[in-house]
Design a protein around this ligand. Structure first.
Ligand code: MN
Length: 364
């Protein structure tokens, strides 16, 4: 039997921190389409069920487009069971609008709920501050079943804060769990739970911001129903991947030199025209260097879906170069440099702006 384990789709996520309104709208549509593609993949690969381990939706303001699309994916595939366990971002908005609830949509609550597919049992609980104190002790799983447990929260060895978002691993060991299907952490992670089982976060289906770089997708489980042998595989499935690339430009003096340095750094990555890039310039640059971040951004934007260049370099003043310079520039630099109240970086920034102004350049 094949199952898909996904989580943290965060459909209708705003994503406008970096991208601007049009770009974030495109990404919202892509997130939704990736869900559709995953369901098509499931149908083509003879998958019996899709485990959605929470945070299918990002906010309570789900759009009609998203609700209708998800519903249509479910009703168009009556042979696939959809196990939808709500996460901390979900609410009842999607479910309460369903009339009737499709038969192949299986829901959970804040008490343990179990579904059987032959001798595979899928058991889940939605964490909240309403969960009873005995929730772990009340979990009973048949030893001779293949047991999948679904939960959405942050794993911890011991009891976490009482926010109803903690999955306490210690309480779940030696409880006959074969596969603990988790959601909440947005990066793929598969680890041993105990001698019998594994626990897994599939991560989100698509990276949304630059804190979600790297490959994203879902996990496919293949369970041999006789031997209970489990094979899992992470399937990278995102339409686009996000990259944060640090480029040390310490010895660069011009925009052209920085540009070449960035181009060299990009050669060492696998990003392509579909990628979203955050290029972070680091290192120490001379206070008089010529660098135009907007130019760099424009140049690299041509080759990728989205590029943001972030300048995190620090400026270095070589004061010995100016000690004897008898000019307005020399006088200005010495005055700022000798100010005891300014930090070194503030001095460098003031000097850089001052030099640009003196040279009649546009101040950046
Ligand atoms: Mn979550």
């Amino acid at each position: 039997m094949k199952l898909i384990h996904c989580a943290d789709l965060h459909l209708d996520s705003q994503m406008n921190t970096h991208f601007g309104s049009e770009m974030s709208r495109i990404r919202r549509h892509e997130l939704l389409h990736t869900f559709e593609r995953m369901v098509d993949y499931a149908a083509e690969s003879d998958v019996s069920g899709i485990l959605i381990a929470g945070d299918m939706f990002d906010t309570e303001n789900t759009t009609e487009l998203t609700r209708n699309t998800v519903l249509s994916c479910i009703t168009a595939h009556p042979d696939i069971l959809f196990f939808y366990l709500k996460g901390n971002h979900d609410n009842n908005n999607f479910i309460t609008n369903l009339n009737p609830i499709p038969e192949n949509l299986k829901l959970f609550s804040d008490e343990w709920t179990s579904f059987s597919l032959g001798n595979v049992a899928i058991t889940g609980i939605e964490l909240s501050s309403h969960c009873k104190e005995d929730m772990y002790s009340s979990l009973t799983l048949e030893m001779n079943h293949f047991n999948i447990v679904m939960m959405h929260g942050q794993i911890s060895e011991i009891s976490g804060s009482d926010d109803g978002q903690t999955v306490i691993l210690r309480e779940l060991r030696n409880r006959n769990i074969d596969y603990l299907a988790l959601g909440h952490i947005h990066t793929y992670k598969m680890e041993e739970l105990d001698a019998r089982g594994m626990y897994c976060y599939p991560g989100c289906l698509e990276g949304r911001g630059f804190d979600e770089c790297g490959p994203h997708g879902f996990v496919i489980l293949e369970i041999d129903e006789t031997s209970h042998q489990l094979t899992t595989m992470f399937v990278p499935f995102a339409k686009r991947q996000l990259y944060t690339i640090e480029v040390d430009v310490t010895h660069c003096h011009t925009t052209q030199e920085i540009l070449h340095q960035i181009a060299d750094a990009l050669l060492g990555t696998d990003c392509d025209g579909d990628s979203l890039l955050k290029i972070v310039l680091i290192g120490e640059m001379d206070v008089e260097c010529e660098k135009d971040i907007a130019y760099l951004q424009r140049r690299f934007s041509a080759g990728y879906f989205f590029v943001k260049v972030v300048d995190e370099t620090t400026l270095k003043i070589h004061i010995e170069d100016y000690l004897l310079e008898e000019s307005l520039k020399g006088e200005f630099i010495r005055t700022v440099f000798n100010d005891t109240e300014l930090s070194e970086q503030d001095k460098a920034v003031i000097i850089r702006y001052g030099l640009q102004a003196l040279a009649g350049e546009e101040i950046q």
